[in-house]
Design a protein around this ligand. Structure first.
Ligand SMILES: Cc1cc2nc3c(=O)[nH]c(=O)nc-3n(C[C@H](O)[C@H](O)[C@H](O)COP(=O)(O)OP(=O)(O)OC[C@H]3O[C@@H](n4cnc5c(N)ncnc54)[C@H](O)[C@@H]3O)c2cc1C
Length: 306
């Protein structure tokens, strides 16, 4: 990352919300469920599946967590009502993980039970390392009971190969991604190439074990390696999928679909769009510089531009 980009990323929290919103709107479907439905309808039309993320950060009281559950129940209803090819992705800290682990598990059970009634899958996102054990514990408790649950493993975590080893023998469904949180070296591999290496090693192990693989990356090197592993293991088309974030690498997405791979787009929506957008912008300083420019344009009275 260049010096200017680093400076832009470091000052992102100081950038006014309107400017973040202007550029970050490419990563977020909107503030309402109706907007998310429209985006998914368009994605389905392009041959992509979707997963809905109701944006919400960590909550510290039960009422907010229960409100989060209600939003997911509505999202599930909307998917069914509009016959969308979509499922849901949930974040445990927005469903009360920091309040009480049993309470959070019960909230996940409510969402997964509602989804199961419609034959719909629920993905538990992975957050930072302080939540990994609890997240996997809830997954391992509820999976045998419900079946329509999957989890996420992060290739930057040193523990990930062992976590694959511990997956259920039958029916495991794992999204593999690099990992987005800033973790200490004791917990996470640090080099860019090292993380790529662990991604490939983990995917290889998942496919060897017969795990359904949701390959979440926009890194063309990893997409290329994944395609080779899919061929090597002769994985049928319905035993894996690629996944990408809304607004990122649309071209690669279309190429993979045209080649006959299944691909799912992660579609976040909700009033809580700001922290999610900041995380996305930190990942891509090039976009962050557009945010800066939008701020300067507004400050100096010029019209904003992309
Ligand atoms: C569907 C999905 C679900 C995810 N779920 C989780 C999760 O549960 N937990 C978690 O920790 N992380 C999650 N992530 C984030 C993931 O861990 C990475 O941080 C993110 O995907 C970037 O890694 P990459 O493999 O795309 O490689 P990178 O090397 O970061 O990116 C490769 C290329 O993709 C493009 N790109 C990547 N990010 C952006 C961006 N924001 N804007 C524009 N271009 C971009 C750039 O061209 C870049 O060169 C998820 C990612 C996806 C795709």
């Amino acid at each position: 990352m260049g010096l200017f980009s680093r400076a832009v990323v470091a000052t992102l929290p100081l950038v006014p919300k309107f400017a973040v919103g202007k550029v970050a709107s490419r990563y977020v479907a909107g503030e309402t469920l109706e907007e998310a439905v429209e985006v998914i309808r368009r994605l389905n039309g392009e041959g992509a599946m979707a997963t809905i993320d109701v944006l919400g950060e960590s909550v510290d009281d039960r009422t907010k967590a229960e409100a989060g559950v209600e939003e997911y129940l509505q999202a599930i209803e909307a998917i069914v009502e509009h016959r969308l090819d979509a499922n849901v992705s949930i974040k445990l800290t927005s469903l009360g993980l920091d309040v009480d682990q049993d309470f959070c598990r019960d909230n996940v059970r409510r969402i997964a039970t509602a989804a199961k009634a419609h034959d719909m899958f629920v993905r538990i996102d992975m957050e930072d390392r302080t939540t990994t054990d609890a997240t996997l514990a809830i997954y391992h408790q509820l999976f045998p009971e419900l079946g329509n649950l999957g989890v996420v493993l992060q290739a930057y975590m040193r523990r990930t190969l062992a976590d694959v080893e511990a997956l259920p023998d039958e029916g495991a469904n794992v999204r593999l991604c690099k990992g987005i949180y800033i973790e200490p070296r004791a917990a996470a591999w640090k080099g860019y190439e090292t993380v790529r290496h662990n991604f490939v090693a983990t995917l290889d192990k998942m496919l060897t074990q017969g795990v359904y693989a949701a390959i979440a990356t926009h890194d063309e090197f990893l997409v290329c390696a994944a395609v080779a592993l899919i061929e090597k293991h002769r994985v049928p088309r319905d035993r894996y999928e690629f996944q990408m974030l809304l607004g990122v690498e649309r071209q690669l997405r279309r190429i993979l679909i045209a080649e006959g791979h299944r691909l799912r787009v992660y579609v976040p929506y909700g009033a809580d769009w700001y922290p999610y957008s900041i995380r996305r912008l930190r990942e891509n300083p090039e976009v962050a510089t557009h945010v800066m420019r939008a701020t300067l344009d507004r400050t100096f009275g010029r019209n904003g531009h992309e």
